[in-house]
Design a protein. Structure first.
Length: 135
């Protein structure tokens, strides 16, 4: 059975994730509230939809609940990230990854149902430090 991935937020990180996953054979549904972001990826992923991902009914309307995994990649609005994670959890998506800017945001996102939280800058900085130390 093909895996389905929902990517919420198609900025630089989200669009790179969506395109990479699609090229690896995962069916990707990308959503963003900005049509300009949708236009940039619509020809490179299975589905690109302009909608408010904080809206439970809008997510249900695109069958988001049929996705195996969701990644909330929004970086600008923490409130929107929280509301999106909550809506995805309400839809029954079991695996939800969410972007945080700091440890406090990470703690809140986990508390409302994110199964994994990542801090892009911190996580990559640690990984690069580890890689450089192994040289």
């Amino acid at each position: 059975m093909a895996r389905r991935l929902l990517v919420v937020g198609l900025g630089r990180f989200g669009s790179a994730l969506a395109e990479s996953a699609q090229s690896e054979g995962i069916e990707v549904i990308g959503v963003d509230s900005r049509m300009a972001s949708i236009d940039l990826v619509k020809d490179r992923i299975a589905h690109a939809v302009c909608l408010d991902a904080t809206d439970y009914e809008a997510l249900r309307g695109i069958d988001a609940q049929t996705c195996d995994i969701a990644v909330v990649a929004m970086g600008e609005s923490f409130e929107s990230s929280v509301l999106s994670v909550h809506a995805l959890r309400e839809l029954g998506i079991r695996e939800i990854h969410a972007r945080a800017h700091d440890a406090r945001q990470a703690k809140i996102l986990r508390a409302i149902g994110a199964t994994q939280v990542f801090e892009i800058e911190t996580d990559f900085g640690r990984k690069l430090g580890h890689t450089l130390a192994k040289r």
